[in-house]
Design a binder for this molecule. Structure first.
Ligand SMILES: Cc1ncc(COP(=O)(O)O)c(C=O)c1O
Length: 351
């Protein structure tokens, strides 16, 4: 399937990006920060009552951190490197949540010394480390959610715990002198099924009620994570539809007196704003009889170009290649790869 990259951008934006790209050496990523700014505004307009914590792992470029800081965003941070970076741009510790549930004790201490007082957790071992290294801090527990088949990048296999465990952890948090503050979940990145939020919010409601009734713990926060859509080849519902539905789920369970709500968008803020520009450097065959050829393209990897192999040819191309019509095949393949390469998203492996 081929796509036209310009269909994904306003005409002026695309022309501006293309004019810039035409003068650069490949590979590189070009990002239009005005689109990020608009995506942030759209999210705020959709969820007026929520605080946004940008998931820095999605793209830690200082231009993006500066832009979002100036717009009043907070930041979801996963490592000491991200922490140093956002703080070096003037972000205060009260605008930061340490959202990684798997962390070293010494990193927790580092965050604490920098003034961060909001921590995610999903296991007893991590919670005990937080109690020692970041005494008195607020903690929220990340729960497992359904929806792994409808998200492009499911996250629940790696992070989160069951409801019962979440309650045990929040009680333990109180006993360890921490502030049991709330619940978080992440329905999976690029989540295409909005009803998955319904199930997650219902689980949160049960935890809020049971902890209050059975243990006198009043939770204050729901961190709804990311999962909001970017515009890829397979389209999703609009952000407005996501917002309307999710707000309806929240109100059904919590009424008009909503707890503090956090959103942690990554992909949905930045993925639409960039184009990864690459080119086919050469096409290689690995043996005389091989039916497959490999298109060698370059992909930006941090600041260095890295060679990347793109396998797979459709049957027609393969026949052309084998019957010796090399030039037409090469041209076709180049064209094909270019179109495949140009749409940029947050790195699938970014978490
Ligand atoms: C804790 C947390 N918050 C937010 C995000 C961002 O999610 P998304 O890119 O789906 O918006 C991630 C992604 O891995 C995450 O792990």
């Amino acid at each position: 399937m081929s796509i036209q990259v310009e269909d994904y951008f306003a005409r002026e934006t695309f022309q501006k990006m293309k004019a810039f790209a035409d003068k650069q050496e490949t590979p590189f990523v070009v990002i239009d920060t005005a689109m990020i700014s608009q995506a942030y505004d759209d999210l705020r307009a959709g969820f007026e009552f929520a605080k946004v914590y940008y998931a820095v792992k999605a793209n830690p470029a200082v231009e993006i951190i500066d832009l979002l800081k100036d717009k009043g965003s907070n930041f979801d941070i996963a490592s000491i490197y991200e922490l140093d970076k956002v703080m070096s741009r003037g972000v205060g510790p009260d605008q930061i949540s340490y959202g990684n549930t798997i962390k070293k004790s010494r990193d927790i201490r580092y965050f604490y010394e920098k003034g961060v007082r909001l921590y995610a957790t999903d296991s007893e071992a991590d919670l005990r480390n937080i109690a020692k290294a970041a005494p008195g801090s607020k903690v929220y527990v990340r729960i497992l959610t359904e929806g792994s088949t409808t998200a492009d990048w499911p996250l629940s296999r790696k992070f989160g715990c069951q409801t019962d465990m979440a309650m045990d952890l929040l009680i333990l948090a109180r006993d360890l002198g921490l502030v049991p503050y709330g619940i978080s979940f992440h329905v999976g990145s690029q989540q295409r099924d909005i009803s998955v939020w319904d199930a997650a919010i219902a689980k949160v409601k049960v935890i809020f009620e049971r902890l209050k009734e059975e243990d006198g713990i009043v939770l204050k926060l729901i961190n709804m994570g990311g999962g909001f859509p970017a515009n890829y080849i397979t389209r999703t519902n609009s952000l407005e539809t996501y917002a309307e539905e999710i707000i309806r789920f929240l109100k059904e369970d919590f009424g008009d007196e909503l707890p503090e709500i956090i959103l942690e968008p990554g992909r949905s803020l930045i993925a639409n704003a960039g184009i990864l520009v690459s080119e086919v450097v050469l096409v290689a065959r690995k043996s005389r009889t091989a039916v497959e050829r490999w298109g060698q393209v370059l992909r930006p990897d941090r600041n260095h170009g890295r060679s990347h192999q793109v396998p797979d040819l459709d049957r027609e191309e393969r026949r052309d290649g084998r019957s010796g019509h090399r030039r037409p095949y090469l041209r076709q393949r180049r064209h094909h790869v270019r179109k495949l390469q140009v749409r940029f998203a947050a790195e699938p492996g970014h978490r």
